[in-house]
Design a protein around this ligand. Structure first.
Ligand code: AMP
Ligand code: MG
Length: 393
């Protein structure tokens, strides 16, 4: 059954659930992992009304006017008194707003004369400081389970002092190349042979998706070898096969998976590169049969299989960010397929130039491009200057 690109992605998100357990790691090792617990605020944030400016803490009702400066408060200090009518306290960014004050006037708008300050503009109560608890209340969830821990999430964990965090385990992902013509990439190929570049590219993509790649040996295009490889691959948490899923006489991957009792959710997707793309489960483990052309393997992994690895490790919302950019040249394609075509995105992300590539086996073009333009299946042509969707490499 052939699905559209959107249907295939939706199918993966529906069928590939969380399959990994959890473990606890130190904050310093948490980056890149998926959070498996809800993180509560350990107090109000900010914990005190915090000045957002250098200037003067005042009572808004006193302005405009001249005020008596009764002291100073810096970040890391507390002002012990209170600001009364006609008074001000000099305050620094990050310092607690003194009692009695209800606004901060920026130093740029204040003229200091000895122990007095003249402010010739009015201000609304509440300006230039963050009230206590405005970001989070004590006990509120500041992070939920299922988010990828990046630099901002690490900052949040550090802020609340959560030095050990419960995260999902990384899935081990077996990478199994098939093909009589394929040799290991450290070997010297004969003229009719090709090095196993797919295992190399998939290992990088799996790692980037949060998985632990395990590269298996190359299966030959016969039942015995393919069976042995799939058996070994099923010891991992997920299985990626490359090659052997087209309609050729020696494309055996689907047949062997069926022998293992596999359930297939789809085996064709209306995309290019990568139409013969197989997704299913065998012995409760998710597998993908990725078409072997290097461009097909890379694109089908990135746009469809990646989401399953992300789901396995608990990511709540795997996301495929597509930008839009203006074409520097016209694009035409035959309708019916979502195509991912090698392209160069300008440094400012505004324009996209299609690149000459020679089919989905053109690794040189795949290495040279920095993006793919993404054609809509029901539209035939785009003129120069029109917007088109873009997948960043
Ligand atoms: P297949 O999907 O098995 O029909 O393979 C399609 C094409 O992709 C073949 O002609 C191979 O040249 C190429 N190919 C298959 N597997 C790999 C691999 N592991 N690394 C590099 N190229 C491959
Ligand atoms: Mg093959």
């Amino acid at each position: 059954m052939a699905l559209t690109f959107d249907e295939a992605r939706a199918c993966v998100l529906r069928e590939a659930g969380v399959s990994m357990g959890t473990e606890s790691v130190w904050l310093a090792e948490a980056a890149g992992r998926v959070l498996a617990e809800e993180i509560p605020a350990d107090r109000d944030y900010p914990p005190f009304p915090r000045s957002a400016r250098d200037g003067f803490a005042v009572r808004a009702a006193d302005l405009p006017g001249e005020l008596r400066v009764i002291g100073e408060v810096r970040a890391g200090e507390f002002f012990t008194g209170a600001v009364g009518p006609g008074e001000a306290v000099e305050i620094m960014t990050g310092a607690p707003l003194p009692d009695g004050a209800d606004a901060v006037v920026m130093v740029e708008y204040a003229e200091r004369k000895g122990d007095r300050v003249s402010i010739q503009r009015s201000i609304a109560a509440g300006e230039n400081f963050s009230p206590r608890g405005i970001e989070a209340r004590d006990g509120d969830a500041v992070l939920g389970a299922g988010v990828r821990i990046g630099h901002a999430e690490v900052a949040m964990l550090a802020t609340v002092g959560h030095t050990r965090v419960v995260v999902y385990q990384r899935p081990r992902v077996a990478i199994a190349a098939t093909g009589d013509e394929i040799v290991e990439f450290h070997q010297h190929p004969a003229r009719h042979q090709i090095r196993n570049s797919n295992a190399a590219s998939l290992a990088v993509q799996v790692q980037r998706a949060g998985g632990v790649p395990e590269i298996l040996g190359i299966a030959r295009d016969n039942y015995e070898s393919t069976r042995a490889q799939i058996r070994q691959g099923l010891e991992a948490d997920l299985l990626l096969l490359s090659g052997g899923v087209s309609a050729g006489k020696y494309d055996l991957v689907e047949k062997v998976l069926a022998e293992f009792g596999a359930k297939f959710f789809f085996d064709r997707v209306k995309i290019q590169p990568g139409q013969p793309l197989v997704f299913g489960k065998v012995q409760d483990k998710v597998f993908f049969g990725l078409p072997g052309n290097p461009g097909s393997t890379m694109i089908t992994f990135e746009t469809i299989a990646r989401a399953a690895i992300e789901r396995a490790q608990g990511l709540r919302n795997p996301c495929l960010p597509l930008l839009r950019a203006r074409l520097t040249d016209p694009v035409r394609h035959k309708t019916g397929l979502t195509r991912f075509l090698p392209a160069i995105l300008s440094p400012d992300g505004a324009t996209i130039s299609p690149m000459m590539a020679h089919g989905s086996g053109d690794v040189a073009a795949l290495a040279r491009c920095n993006a793919f333009l993404v054609t809509d299946p029901d539209r035939e042509a785009w003129a120069t200057g029109e917007d088109i969707r873009v997948l960043v490499k």
